[in-house]
Design a protein around this ligand. Structure first.
Ligand SMILES: NC(=O)C1=CN([C@@H]2O[C@H](COP(=O)(O)OP(=O)(O)OC[C@H]3O[C@@H](n4cnc5c(N)ncnc54)[C@H](O)[C@@H]3O)[C@@H](O)[C@H]2O)C=CC1
Ligand SMILES: O=C(O)CCC(=O)C(=O)O
Length: 529
């Protein structure tokens, strides 16, 4: 008999199939503290949560019988994925079930904001008949900027079209072809900030998206913009937003999510006359809660019964014989993906992976998943894993091509990853060197020998005297220590690259100064895992 613990309010109808299963008992215990969960979790085979329960490493450590954590919803940022993976606990989510509901909430928030509905309601029920204070604006003919064109963002854009809005959309995976299909105009974040009347955010929270809208963005923002966030707290810098509203830059904001949930009683959003708030209600409809609970219960049932399942967020599935051969290359593959994804500046249209050497005799799919995960993770953060990476690439119209060749350039195995965008093509290749571990041995057409770790500066320059000295002095004078340096050139006096490992992130102003060094054509900072 398997025991399932439901620790958040989850639709009864949605989990009925678990309740009805003869081999399963379901217990509902909501509102437990971490200590309380630690004390009881060893009794359970499965844990079902929404977003309230924080499934911490401590809880997972104590969960000696736990096989699966089911998240009835999309975001898994309340679950310690690394700890779950380490413990061999499968984490599954229900990514599709609440898309429309959350999209509708974002739209409701946009309309509440444009017509001051919550504020007007409050006054009216207090007996004040105030028709002067609440002059609104139409949505028709306004420009809506959508940041994040995944499941929810695309649905919001579709509805905004029906309201007569013009849509500017940004997503690192949005190509012109896909934008055309979705009837939106592809734009940069900067263009959206400078020109949109409304902006709505639908990205995950990752180190890259955290505070993607903050003081520098408010400084150049179109005056009178209205901002909706029904994705994740932390995408917008909350204090900077309040300042921007008080300075008259932003006309109003509608937020379903907060950096800290629930927000403290003195949070500046809570009594602000121009900010509409809801308590993370994006997914809270009868339909969505049933959908996500049904999806996640189905998967839990399959996992407990050892049957094939989908939507695993963390679990690799690699046959043992293949694993032995491929496993040493997993880290290298992911690092190559992360590296090359930071070399391109436009949406990726095609990923080509070439396996040369012994590996070409194996089913390399599991390794490809790591490489694709690396390519996507720079933008998708913890939402991408080796289980869903291929699917996520496909759903973003990114073509994946695999090439194999028995021949190598002297290495036992060589992994080469090429990304193609509309206007550029960038390549890295790497191998495992006996005694040295993972190495990058090729960047575009240049031969190098670089350990793929930490902070890397990739500089394209002209091969001429003084380049190394100039870059070295600039970094040294600004307290950035260079750990290793590699230079490679196509021919004397021609194109060259410099690859530097530095001990800390190069400050923004120093990076800008470096771009001005005579002979430097381009520079990228590459952040590796
Ligand atoms: N308020 C609520 O109750 C709910 C909130 N959510 C949240 O809404 C967000 C979107 O969910 P979905 O659409 O289902 O996810 P999704 O994964 O389908 O879409 C997210 C999109 O954001 C894009 N993205 C990543 N970095 C970006 C960047 N720097 N700039 C612009 N776009 C970027 C990704 O490429 C992806 O296409 C997630 O954060 C999710 O957790 C989801 C459901 C309910
Ligand atoms: O369970 C909830 O209500 C939160 C939904 C959510 O934020 C998500 O699915 O990412």
């Amino acid at each position: 008999m398997y025991k399932v613990l439901v620790s958040d309010p989850i639709s009864d109808m949605g989990i009925q199939q678990l309740v009805d299963a003869a081999d399963i008992t379901v217990e509902k215990k909501t509102g437990l503290s971490e200590d309380e969960l630690v004390a009881i979790i060893a009794d359970y085979d499965a844990l079902l949560v929404r977003s309230q329960t924080r499934v911490t490493a401590r809880i997972l450590e104590a969960a000696t019988n736990l096989k699966v954590v089911g998240r009835a919803g999309v975001g898994v940022d309340n679950i310690d994925l690394e700890a779950a993976t380490k413990r061999g606990v499968i984490v599954i989510n229900a990514p599709d079930g609440n898309t429309i509901t959350t999209c509708e909430h974002a739209f409701a928030m946009m309309m509440a904001l444009s017509r001051h509905i919550p504020q007007a309601h409050m006054k009216t029920v207090q007996g004040v008949w105030d028709r002067k204070s609440f002059l609104g604006v139409e949505l028709r003919n306004k420009t809506l900027g959508v940041l994040g064109m995944g499941r929810i963002g695309s649905e919001v854009a579709k509805r905004a079209k029906a309201f007569g809005m013009d849509i500017l959309a940004y997503d690192p995976f949005l190509t012109e072809e896909r934008a055309e299909k979705l009837q939106v105009k592809l734009a940069s974040v900067d263009e959206i900030i400078r020109t949109a009347d409304f902006m709505t955010l639908h990205t995950p929270l990752t180190p890259e998206t955290r505070h993607m809208i903050s003081r520098p963005q408010f400084e150049v923002m179109k005056k009178g913009m209205r901002i909706v966030n029904c994705a994740r707290g932390g995408l917008v810098d909350e204090l900077a937003l309040v300042e921007a509203i008080d300075q008259g830059i932003v006309a109003g904001a509608a937020f379903d999510v907060f950096e800290e949930e629930p927000p403290r009683a003195d949070h500046p959003f809570l009594n602000h006359p121009k900010i509409v708030v809801t308590p993370h209600l994006g997914a809270s409809t009868i339909e969505a809660q049933e959908n996500v609970a049904v999806d996640v219960s189905e998967q839990v049932l399959l996992i407990l019964r050892n049957e094939p399942f989908k939507n695993a967020v963390n679990m690799p599935h690699v046959p043992a014989n293949v694993l032995n051969k491929l496993q040493p290359y997993f880290k290298l593959g992911e690092q190559l993906g992360v590296f090359v994804s930071q070399m391109v500046e436009e949406p990726v249209q095609e990923i080509t992976v070439k396996y040369s050497g012994e590996l070409s005799d194996f089913d390399t799919q599991p390794l490809t998943r790591y490489i694709i995960k690396g390519v996507l993770s720079h933008h998708l953060g913890s939402d991408v894993n080796i289980i869903n990476s291929m699917h996520l690439a496909k759903s973003r119209d990114v073509n994946i091509t695999i090439e194999k060749s028995a021949a190598t350039k002297g290495f036992t195995n060589l992994l080469q990853v090429t990304l193609k965008t509309k206007n550029e093509q960038r390549t890295v290749a790497g191998t495992l060197l006996n005694g040295y571990g993972e190495r990058i041995v090729q960047i575009d057409r240049f031969t190098v020998d670089v350990a793929p770790e930490g902070n890397i500066l990739l500089i394209a320059h002209t091969d001429k005297p003084g380049m190394i000295g100039n870059v070295g002095s600039l970094l040294g004078n600004n307290d950035v220590n260079i750990a290793t340096m590699q230079v490679s050139r196509s021919a004397a006096g021609a194109d060259a690259i410099m690859v530097l490992s530095v001990d800390r992130v190069v400050p923004h102003d120093v990076f800008q100064q470096m771009l001005k060094v005579n002979g430097i054509v381009k520079a990228r900072e590459i952040d590796l895992i």
